[in-house]
Each structure stands twice: as structure tokens, then as C-alpha cells.
Design a protein. Structure first.
Length: 189
């Protein structure tokens, strides 16, 4: 068997498995799979427009958020920035989030700490190529909590792409949110 045929035989199951993950509907996912839509503009992972968290009896509000990301939004001393770094929403609200990338590099907006029974790995994720936009939807639980939202691309969080979603009364502010809170460990220079 030549190398090309062997590679095709190895690669074919991978492509089939990748296709299943990329197109898997939300109701069919489990803790090991992320419902994902992907195209040349970017990606939406773990979108959820309809399934309520266990502690919500109904959607309390539909909130549309447009987040602009890029160098033009960076605060002094930072490389990148979101146009805002805090979003306050009522419990059980459906967030329709549009991430608009004003740079030429890829950026993300990832939310952590969501219920794992509803969002694999406890996260919702938008990723956008340079100069593009992506929209995705998720529903927050009923608890008063503060959730981390950031760009997970190497060093982008540290360079200014970090924010927080405050649900209801919220929890404690997270450290090092640009324009919101002080760093946990201030620089000593």
C-alpha cells in the first residue's frame, strides 16, 4: 500500500467525526461534544436559543448585545479591547450576541462558568476572523453571578480582551477587568 492510500484510510474517519461535531444539533450533544457552526467568517460554539436552564421557568428578556473588538478599543497600556468590558443582564435572559472584529487578526468572546448540563465544558464561544462578524445566542441561569468573558487566543486576555457578564445582582467583580477592577497581582515596576 502506498503512503497516500494509507493516509486516506487514516484520515477518512477523522473527517467523518469532524463533520458530526460541526453539524451536531444542540439537542444531540453531550458533555463530550460541542455544537458548532463554522465558516470562513468564524465560529459559534454551544449556541442555545431555546433550552432553558433548570432553574428558569421562562425567558425573562431578550437582550441584544453588539461587542466591538480591536485595537481602537484598547485602554492605555493595553493592545486590544472590547468596546465595553461589562454587561449587566437579568437572570434567565436570552443573550443574542454579535461580535464585530475591527482588527485584521482573529478574536474570540468566550463565556465560562455556565451550567455544564446545558453548555459542554460550561462555555459559550464566538470566534471571528479579521474584519468579520458573528452572532450567537445563549441563555443565562437564574442565579446572581458574575461570569468571565474573554478572548482565549494566546496573550489576548492579558492584552486587554477580558470582561464580565453580571447576572442579576452578580457575584464579586472579577480581577483585572479593564476599566472595572484592579489586578489581583499588580505589577511592581
Amino acid at each position: 500500500m502506498n503512503g497516500c492510500a494509507c493516509a486516506r484510510r487514516w484520515f477518512a474517519p477523522f473527517i467523518v467525526a469532524l463533520g458530526a461535531v460541526v453539524t451536531m444539533p444542540a439537542f444531540a450533544r453531550d458533555q463530550h461534544h460541542h455544537a458548532m457552526t463554522l465558516d470562513r467568517d468564524g465560529m459559534v460554539m454551544n449556541a442555545n436559543a431555546d433550552t432553558l436552564p433548570e432553574d428558569c421557568s421562562e425567558i425573562s428578556d431578550n437582550i441584544e448585545i453588539e461587542i466591538r473588538v480591536g485595537r481602537d478599543h484598547a485602554l492605555r497600556g493595553l493592545t486590544y479591547g472590547f468596546n465595553q468590558h461589562e454587561w449587566r443582564v437579568p437572570p434567565c435572559s436570552r443573550l443574542i450576541v454579535t461580535l464585530v472584529n475591527e482588527d485584521e487578526v482573529r478574536h474570540q468572546w468566550m463565556v465560562h462558568g455556565l451550567p455544564r448540563y446545558l453548555y459542554p465544558q460550561g462555555m459559550f464561544h464566538l470566534e471571528v476572523s479579521g474584519g468579520k462578524r458573528k452572532t450567537g445566542t445563549f441563555i443565562v441561569p437564574s442565579d446572581d453571578a458574575t461570569y468571565l468573558a474573554h478572548c482565549d487566543i494566546s496573550q489576548h486576555t492579558e492584552q486587554g480582551l477580558k470582561g464580565q457578564i453580571v447576572v442579576g445582582g452578580g457575584g464579586d467583580s472579577l480581577p483585572s477587568i479593564p476599566g472595572i477592577s484592579a489586578p489581583r497581582f499588580p505589577d511592581r515596576y
